[in-house]
Ligand binder design. Structure first.
Ligand code: IDP
Ligand code: MG
Length: 192
């Protein structure tokens, strides 16, 4: 929390909060901003055009399901991927390594049942160890997918995981839930 405030102070150069960086959060009371002290769920808006007015917007702290697929584990990319998540500021709140059963994979990818690639996808995912994770952070559902890049590695942006580490769509290293509903559903499947 204190680190977050320090970052906000840097990004705003907020005269209105001058000095708080060193004195601690309790001193917010002195500024009349004591209501915020309890919430921990607000941040200064990205720009502070008027230094006399501090704007606050609600943070979207989310949780999502992420996975390093068997190709990523086999190729020793677990550390690289977790390192990217941690450097970005996302928290790994649960993590386990397992070789998932066919049933688990079929449930996970239920939306793709009936598609031509489904059987191969299930074979692949249940054919080796994966690292399953629950992530927490601001907008982590969309942001983790942005960090992974497009499903087809040749369509992914440079710098993304799938661009950097994959060439084929069937072995594209990582998975991330695509919506809040998927995140809740997938976390329920993998961490029940
Ligand atoms: P996503 O992983 O980016 O969410 P989805 O469309 O949900 O992409 O597909 C799930 C996974 O199924 C992909 O990550 C990929 O590994 C695999 N997949 C998707 N489309 C194809 C395909 O056309 N051929 C082979 N595998 C595919
Ligand atoms: Mg998907």
């Amino acid at each position: 929390m204190r680190a977050a405030w320090s970052k906000l102070l840097r990004q705003c150069g907020a005269l209105v909060l001058l000095g708080l960086k060193d004195t601690g959060l309790h001193r917010l009371e002195d500024t009349g901003l004591h209501r915020l002290e309890d919430t921990g769920l607000h941040r200064l808006e990205d720009n502070c055009p008027d230094k006399n007015t501090v704007h606050f917007t609600p943070m979207a702290i989310e949780r999502t399901f992420a996975m390093v697929k068997p190709d990523g584990v086999r190729r020793g990319l677990v550390g690289e991927i977790i390192s990217r998540l941690e450097k970005k500021g996302f928290k790994v709140v649960q993590l386990k390594m397992l070789t998932p059963s066919r049933e688990l994979v079929e449930e996970h990818y239920a939306e793709h049942k009936g598609k031509g690639f489904f059987a191969g996808l299930v074979d692949f995912l249940s054919g080796g160890a994966v690292v399953a994770m629950e992530l927490e952070g601001e907008n982590v559902i969309a942001e983790w997918r942005r960090m992974m890049g497009a499903t087809r590695p040749w369509e992914s942006a440079p710098g993304t995981i799938r661009f950097e580490f994959a060439t084929t769509v069937d072995e594209n290293v990582a998975h991330g839930s695509d919506s809040p509903d998927s995140a809740a559903r997938e976390l329920g499947i993998w961490f029940r």
